[in-house]
Design a protein around this ligand. Sequence first.
Ligand SMILES: Cc1ncc(COP(=O)(O)O)c(C=O)c1O
Length: 352
Amino acid sequence: MQFRSDNAGPVHPRVLAALGQANSGYAPSYGTDALTARVTERVRALFEAPEAAVYLVPTGTSANALLLATMARPWQAIFSHEVAHVAVDECGAPVFFADGATLITVGGKSGKMSPEALQTAMSATGNGDVHAIQPGPATITQITETGQIYQLSEIRALYEVTRGHGQKLHMDGSRFSNAIAASGATPAEMTWKSGVSALSFGGTKNGLMGAECAILFDPECAWEFELRRKRSAHLFSKHRYLAAQFDAYLTDDLWLETARAANANMARLVDGLSRIPGVGIIDRPAANMLYLTMSRRAHRAAFEAGALYELAPFYAPLDGDMDEILKARLVCDWSLEDAEIDRFIALVAQIA
Ligand SMILES: Cc1ncc(COP(=O)(O)O)c(C=O)c1O
């Protein structure tokens, strides 16, 4: 009953097989190998962006931080939602790698930045005042940290705000594949056609061993990104092993297959849980992440029976009033078995 994180799931066998295949003989290092060149072309084709600069890095934090550092100057502010991973879960990495740029958070429902809040926050910076922080790029998370999807019109509205301030829009697409699988939009429509300049295209949560793709649709800053990646110690020498993972990911649309499976697992879970009176579903999930409420008693019983998921916040105490309602986050990955999902639903039906 594994609902803790899609990070906790296994590597897809086709990815492991691709790593095995790549593990033969010698290949040029630091991204100059043929497999990396092939992945670059495949990513460009997938995103209908023949000029895009495409880079592989080992973590989502490095993709986000290095892209944002490339997009922002040290005297600028980076704007994110207040629950964004970049703001609360990256130990200050974007600010660190962006040479001290400021991070300003803004609000909005369902983890989505509201254009009005972004406009207000951006307008409060700069204005020709040498004493002030200047406006910089904004970043949005797709799917959001609360499991919702930005519609294309919502992305475009945020882009218009950033553009009005001469700035660009970044997307943390740690679960980008889940958003594409759920929405039916094309990768191009969800990114550069809606005004996104740079994307962190996630792989690790969706079946890879540890590889993320940083894409600059506007390649004018490509060299700066390359220098930042090296200087921050994120340029892999045996780069073919990052490339082999992404090559497998893009072959026969594995990235979509695993994302669809993860989303379908979540749909099955929500379908079952939403019929149980003691369970409150918060914002019906659009992809593979769910927030729900149950009593502390029910959570305790679930954990004692071996269910794995996180309370929200994760440090919420398990001791206290047993009737108190506590929030929790559940995530489904592609590999979950139907029987495990059903076992959890049956358990919750008894204890909630
Ligand atoms: C929304 C989001 N962005 C980025 C990341 C990247 O994380 P990591 O650096 O752990 O690969 C995560 C991981 O949990 C995430 O949930």
